[in-house]
Ligand binder design. Structure first.
Ligand code: NDP
Length: 447
């Protein structure tokens, strides 16, 4: 099969661009890369070829628009990417079957730290990178609270360094997505979406969490056309526009602060009258407010986004109630009349309303989860704190922790999971050795 002409439009500091390139690289596909950062003509060309989408990456195969990173991964999951790229599906599909002592699901900070520890204890870890290689840290511009970096460090740089450190200790990385884990058999069967199968003695689930969305009208149509869950990725595309950030946590503050570099005014819509973010971030946002770069819309929720893929986001419908949570109030006959509904012009909308844990591949196992999909682990004191209900499967980072959710706490939990898994594997090996010794004795007794 001949390889088609593959083109990828990228921009600086774009984790989704790196993720898309990683997938193409993992398949050995050659492509032309055009970086649109600071090049208005090239950016205009990308937007025109991508039918008005203002988000990088944009990928083309033989001039056909594939779309962004998610579209590329969707094709891969459906098994349609290889034929499009001129690859022989028989050579790449469903062929691999390999055993590993330890598989780590996820390559964010929890997975990377687990990989460093597991590599050092000779557990031969294979890290399955998942659909957000590097995890959420790759979407963060500046990590100012990670101990050891008084001057701060960029999220992508921190995660790259961790990866190098893990590789130095023998960890290997595989670009792919886990579809399911069969925990009824030993070793565990780890099924990949591309049909590959790994078996593993122990599994560490460190697959993090993905950005939440609101499900409001206009969302599906405008995602990528002015609506985004990543300000650091897409903010620069909406220079001089008014922008809306939804949320009141650290991520909303960080994104709003970052967007002031490009926006005319950044509006923050928060459903209550108090932010949950750290004082550090609130202070920075209040400073931007006093400078006129930020306007805060308290007790306000997003109800609808208006626009079109051709023209992008044009305006939004918002709800406001003086006591907060206007959407709930609107549905309550007692308060419905008090809810104010109004339209507001903005050229871009950024969601920063938290994340949902990526634990779907463990459904169907006996690993217990709460109603939101967070894994329940043993916790408490002493060893085994990261053990799930299935012996040999451990949880670390944002798949477990809905409270602290810090880079340092995810890393800490990753190290605990690797230590717990190592101790468990050692115990299993000791038990197997004892049983092995006991068996001949029993047969001798029979003689
Ligand atoms: P959070 O869960 O902390 O905040 C989510 C925000 O979105 C809350 O203000 C919440 O409102 C709001 N929200 C949630 N659902 C809805 C909805 N349906 N409609 C409207 N608003 C909604 O998530 P973050 O992503 O901000 O942070 C996650 C973790 O990551 C935190 O531990 C945070 O500290 C950390 N982080 C740290 C950073 C740093 O620089 N140190 C940067 C980014 C994140 P409400 O408050 O009313 O619940």
């Amino acid at each position: 099969m001949t390889q088609p002409h593959v083109e990828v439009y990228t921009k600086d500091n774009c984790s989704y661009c790196e993720k898309a390139k990683d997938l193409l690289d993992s398949k050995g596909v050659e492509y032309e890369e055009y970086n649109v950062s600071g090049d208005d003509d090239l950016f205009g060309e990308m937007v025109e070829r991508a039918n008005g989408r203002k988000t990088a990456p944009e990928i083309f195969v033989d001039d056909e628009l594939i779309g962004g990173c998610d579209d590329l991964y969707e094709l891969e999951e459906a098994g349609d990417l290889d034929p499009k790229l001129g690859l022989d599906p028989a050579a790449t599909d469903g062929g691999v079957e390999e055993h590993r002592r330890m598989i780590i699901a996820g390559s964010g900070i929890a997975g990377m730290t687990a990989a460093i520890y597991a590599g050092r204890s000779n557990n031969d870890p294979l890290v399955i990178e998942g659909d957000e290689p590097g995890g959420q840290l790759t979407l963060t511009t500046d990590v100012a609270n990670y101990p050891g970096f008084p001057e701060g460090i960029g999220g992508p740089e921190l995660i790259t360094r961790m990866r190098e450190q893990a590789q130095q200790f023998g960890a290997e990385f595989e670009n792919g997505i886990i579809e399911s884990v069969d925990a009824d058999c030993r070793p565990f069967h780890v099924h990949m979406t591309n049909g590959d199968l790994y078996t593993a003695d122990a599994v560490i689930a460190a697959s993090g969490a993905s950005a939440r969305t609101l499900g409001v009208p206009g969302e599906d149509e405008l995602m990528g056309y002015g609506l985004s869950t990543c300000a650091t990725c897409d903010g620069a595309f909406f220079r001089d526009e008014d922008m809306l950030v939804v949320g009141g946590g650290d991520a909303a503050m960080e994104e709003a602060h970052f967007l002031t570099k490009f926006a005319d005014t950044v509006y923050i819509a928060h459903r209550r009258d108090e932010f949950r973010a750290e004082d550090h971030w609130i202070d920075r946002i209040m400073e931007k407010q006093s400078e006129g770069d930020v306007e805060i819309m308290w007790n306000t929720e997003l109800a609808e986004i208006h626009g079109s893929p051709e023209d992008g986001v044009e305006n939004v419908t918002l709800l406001r109630h003086p006591e907060g949570h206007p959407k709930d109030k609107q549905e309550d006959p007692e308060f419905a009349d008090e809810v104010e509904e109004f339209d507001h012009d903005v050229g871009a909308v950024f969601y920063a309303i938290g994340h949902t844990p990526n634990t779907g591949y463990l459904e169907g196992t006996d690993v217990e989860m709460d109603a939101d999909g967070y894994l329940k682990v043993q916790g408490g004191f002493g060893g085994g704190q990261t053990q799930t209900d299935v012996e040999g499967i451990f949880g670390a980072g944002d798949v477990v922790d809905y409270h602290y959710q810090q880079a340092i706490t995810a890393g800490g939990m990753g190290s605990k999971a690797a230590i717990d898994a190592d101790e468990w594997l050692e115990n299993e090996a000791d038990l197997a050795a004892v049983e092995g010794e006991a068996e001949p004795a029993a047969s001798e007794a029979d003689d």
